[in-house]
Design a protein around this ligand. Sequence first.
Ligand code: PGA
Length: 248
Amino acid sequence: MRKWIVAGNWKMHNTISESVALARAIKDGLSNSASGEVVVAPPFTALTAVAETLRGGAVQLAAQNMYSEDKGAFTGEISPVMLKDAGCAYVIIGHSERRKYFSETDDGVNRKVKKALASGLKPIVCVGETDEERIQGVTESVVGRQVQGALAGVETLADVVIAYEPVWAIGTGKVATSAQAEEVHAFVRSLIRKLYGAAADELRILYGGSVTKDNVAELAARADIDGALVGGASLKPDGFLGIIAQMP
Ligand code: PGA
């Protein structure tokens, strides 16, 4: 039985004090985390303060990105060692906004995934097609390439989470139907089964893209959807707690 994950990606929102207030409200309001995992990903500047706020509770900390080296002359970057030190358990890697605005490639994502795993961080690896790619009918080849690219050379999947986030559904209010999402999730799991055998049954595959408390139950009821990566709706305690409350 796979444990669900609901992860909040705060993106470039919230000062330190705003982050602490949101984290506290989530920690205090949490009622349904026994059967799953709840994760928040504040901006880098707030990680340490949020870690302190979350201490002793069930909510885990994630970063939104990392660099694939431990240290060195990489101005502006943050290393996995620093993220561990700040209290992170998870790290989001290869989000479509990073691929689009910061030129992240499948190769770069792969380096980060391997480095995260070697550092004891669990990567939440984001994949997903654009609107154009879906219309062209190349969703599976795009997502398949991203998954294989991200996992090249990765031997064990125990700490890996994949997030399927169709780019056209992110921040648009245009959520994928549960059937559309399940089709891609099942495809990803079958690809993983070919590459890793039975480990595919343990892999958590999250859906992301305009998830709210009103649509999450239908998505999470699907066989291959193991939770959600949530952007907009994770920025308000009610929105995020409402999603968690819908999980099985
Ligand atoms: P959204 O973002 O929930 O605001 O669509 C999801 C994400 O980008 O992870």
